[in-house]
Design a protein around this ligand. Structure first.
Ligand code: NAP
Length: 269
């Protein structure tokens, strides 16, 4: 079985760096005409160069997901250029936070404006296109924080929980048009958003202690999930959140299994 996505048209938001960039490059490698958006011109240009170097098809647009006007302009241009939109990946996100006593209202708003409202605005603009086609896949970045939040993540975790619920509502509304809407919950993938891999060793170990697969996630883990969700193999999946966290908190005290494996020589701390 091969995942065949060639010739499909995708948009990936916030794809100038991090997981979004990996998603965009992976889709393009699979033959998808991949439109990437971001708010930093230099990052867009860098990804554009990589597309050109590899002969990938697609284009890049400056677009702030907080702006309905900018979004509509980009969607209009994409439809004019490529005629359709098959896949929308709402990846753009921020993760500002602080404990409630010092959590600034601006930080709360920023999380909600980009993570939740940005997802809503993108879906609102793309849905009419997908409805005309009677097909489409919308895939939203939620977070493990939507399931189990961490200390100081009130703004981020609440906005991502909103993404999860929004995903279900939209799946219900768009089901009759053969549009699947899903979201995913990455666990811990080192990026500029979190700098997990740059933490002091004891702090890293404390975080890794929560994982059933006791290592950081990789950006391409998410990119591969996106390919699957965008493919015909996922044709009967909608309205759900896929946990892609290496079994974060799936088991109690996962470290016990690793200590046992270490005693059997199968693992090294
Ligand atoms: P990242 O490296 O910080 O990348 C986020 C991207 O979003 C950046 O390219 C950023 O652009 C873009 N962005 C920010 N504000 C935007 C806006 N208003 N309009 C358009 N684009 C905007 O983060 P990441 O780790 O790759 O995360 C990607 C997504 O996965 C996020 O939604 C995040 O919440 C989610 N997630 C990540 C993890 C993880 O472990 N990494 C875990 C759970 C969920 P600039 O570079 O120009 O600022």
């Amino acid at each position: 079985m091969n995942i065949d996505l060639s010739g499909k048209v995708a948009i990936v938001t916030g794809a100038g760096r991090g997981i979004g960039r990996e998603i965009a490059l992976t889709l393009a490698q699979e033959g998808v005409i991949t439109v990437i958006t971001d708010i930093q011109e230099d990052l867009l240009a860098a990804v554009g160069s990589e597309f050109a170097l590899n002969g990938y098809r697609g284009s890049q647009y400056l677009c702030d997901v907080r702006s309905a006007v900018q979004i509509q302009q980009v969607i209009d241009q994409i439809v004019e250029k490529y005629g359709r939109i098959d896949i929308l990946v709402n990846n753009a996100g921020v993760a500002g936070g602080a404990p409630i006593d010092v959590l600034a209202e601006e930080v709360w708003d920023l999380n909600f404006d980009i993570n939740l409202k940005g997802t809503f605005l993108m879906c609102k603009a793309v849905a009419p296109v997908m409805k005309r086609q009677k097909s489409g896949r919308i895939i939203n970045a939620a977070s493990f924080a939507a399931i189990v939040p961490s200390y100081g993540s009130a703004a981020y975790a609440s906005s991502k929980a909103g993404v999860e619920q929004f995903t279900r509502v939209l799946a219900g509304e768009l089901g009759p048009w053969n549009i699947a809407v899903n979201c995913y919950a990455p666990g811990m993938i080192p990026t500029d958003m979190n700098h997990f891999a740059d933490l002091q060793e004891p702090q890293q170990q404390r975080l890794l202690d929560t994982l059933t697969f006791r290592h950081w996630g990789k950006k391409d883990d998410v990119a591969h999930l996106i390919c699957f969700l965008a493919s015909d193999f996922a044709g009967y999946i909608t309205g759900t959140m896929i946990d892609i966290s290496g079994g974060k908190l799936a088991t109690q005290i996962p470290r016990i299994a690793y200590e046992k494996a270490a005693s059997e020589g199968a693992y090294e701390f």
